[in-house]
Design a binder for this molecule. Structure first.
Ligand SMILES: [Zn+2]
Length: 239
């Protein structure tokens, strides 16, 4: 069987980091795999905490950070045979989340991303008519991941949804789990990664060069972790 997968990635890297192996295996098997990254918009001039998030990656204020990350995502997607789509929503530091701690608290009640995501998910479902919709489990509790999770749950048919385990967030000590209640009762499965797929996943992850130091402590450490990853883990509704 083949069909269409629509993967809803909060940021430019989440889908590939978390589910890149299984998505590549689908594409290899003849599926059309669309990875839509929601938060890829840029502001003319980053300020405050948003600018700090760029500077701490070693990128000066003159760099168009999101343009650079969109190009990284194009490169990663083509290595895995995925179709990248970039939506222009703004990441949390541009929506009033003013510190690293705030990124991992509950979404603000008046966060404009709630409505924008609902519209974006509807439009993507309409445009791509997916047989499966993949989205983050939201382990770790990053506000953008939580909002994408909730928009996917509200907008897509439950039987088509498949939740990936957010990597590397999920493997930090005691990751926050804001969706624990709604995830109870789901069926967990593992998708084994062949050596060949694992090697391509590592190359694709390496394409997100601006994120490797921050997320993994560098490319070598990232590659060691991917090569030790025998499987990716997913949750689905009981059949
Ligand atoms: Zn993310």
């Amino acid at each position: 069987m083949t069909g269409v997968v629509l993967a809803l990635s909060p940021h430019l890297d989440d889908a590939v980091f978390s589910a890149g192996g299984a998505l590549a295996a689908r594409a290899d098997a003849g599926w059309r795999v669309v990875v839509a990254t929601l938060f890829t918009g840029n502001v003319a001039e980053a300020q405050g905490f948003a600018l700090a998030c760029q500077l701490d990656k070693g990128l000066g204020p003159e760099v168009n950070y999101m343009a650079l990350r969109r190009a990284e995502d194009e490169a990663a997607s083509s290595l895995l045979g995925l179709h990248a789509v970039h939506l222009p929503l703004l990441e949390a530091p541009h929506r009033g989340y003013g510190s690293a701690a705030e990124l991992f608290q509950q979404p603000h009640a008046d966060d404009p991303a709630r409505e924008a995501l609902a519209r974006a998910v509807d439009a993507l479902l309409e445009a791509h008519a997916p047989d499966e919709v993949w989205a983050p489990r939201a382990l770790g509790g990053h506000v953008d991941h939580v909002l994408v999770h909730r928009a996917a749950r509200a907008g897509a048919p439950a039987g088509r949804l498949r939740w990936w385990t957010d990597w590397p967030y999920a493997y930090r000590p005691a990751p926050a789990d804001p969706e624990a209640e709604t995830m109870a009762g789901l069926r967990w499965t593992e998708e084994a990664l062949t050596c060949a797929v694992r090697a391509r996943k590592a190359d694709a992850c390496a394409a997100y060069a601006s994120q490797l130091g921050f997320q993994f402590g560098g490319e070598t450490a990232m590659r060691a972790r991917v090569s030790a990853m025998a499987a990716e883990r997913y949750a689905r509704s009981p059949a």
